[in-house]
Design a protein. Structure first.
Length: 202
């Protein structure tokens, strides 16, 4: 792993480059995704305020419904269980060696976003991109952080990030992250169980 710092600074690393992933690890997933249509997101919708254009994106794994305030398995994971399993295989291939835990995976297809921070996340995320494309480079605090077949670990709640607007081809990005509300719900559940156990011991 490589921690990337700006030259001549003693600040915390802006991001960490994880071991690259061979292109063939994404080949099956790419073929599967090209046979379905991802949901179309409106610009500046709830939870996607920094996407100025219509785009295709969706959650896999656990999802938090912003309006219903509920947590359940995402609609796409239920609808396409084989794709869900392949995404999770790649997720664990990348994340398990570094002990990175996550509640959810967000997928973007041919998306660019304006500078932003991830208000709904909890802690670090890992992002990786794949496909047949050029351009649309990930920028983290003005530093080029090309995520093509190169998983990158950083804190999206603290580091401003965006994409360059020069995409050609087909690009998919996977973001392995923990949703703040899901983490809160799990913590409350653990606290409730602890209280019940303590009462039973009295």
């Amino acid at each position: 792993m490589i921690n990337y710092r700006m030259p001549d600074t003693k600040t915390e690393p802006k991001f960490t480059l994880l071991p690259p992933v061979p292109a063939e690890e994404f080949a099956k997933l790419f073929d599967m995704l090209e046979k379905i249509t991802l949901p179309l997101k409106a610009p500046n919708c709830l939870g996607r305020s920094k996407f100025a254009e219509r785009h295709r994106a969706c959650a896999w794994g656990e999802a938090f419904h912003f309006t219903k305030r509920k947590i359940n398995l995402s609609r796409m994971s239920k609808k396409h269980p084989l794709i869900h399993d392949e995404i999770m295989r790649i997720a664990h291939l990348i994340c398990d060696p570094i002990g990175h835990t996550f509640t959810s995976v967000y997928m973007n297809r041919n998306n660019t976003c304006d500078p932003h921070r991830d208000r709904s996340n909890h802690g670090d995320l890992v992002i990786v991109s794949f496909g047949a494309y050029t351009g649309c480079t990930l920028m983290i605090e003005d530093v080029n952080a090309n995520a093509y077949l190169q998983p990158i670990l950083f804190d999206g709640t603290k580091q401003t990030h965006w994409n360059t607007r020069d995409l050609t081809g087909i690009k998919f990005s996977l973001v392995f992250y923990s949703h703040r509300e899901i983490i809160r719900a799990r913590q409350k559940e653990l606290e409730s169980r602890a209280i019940i156990n303590n009462v039973e011991l009295l």
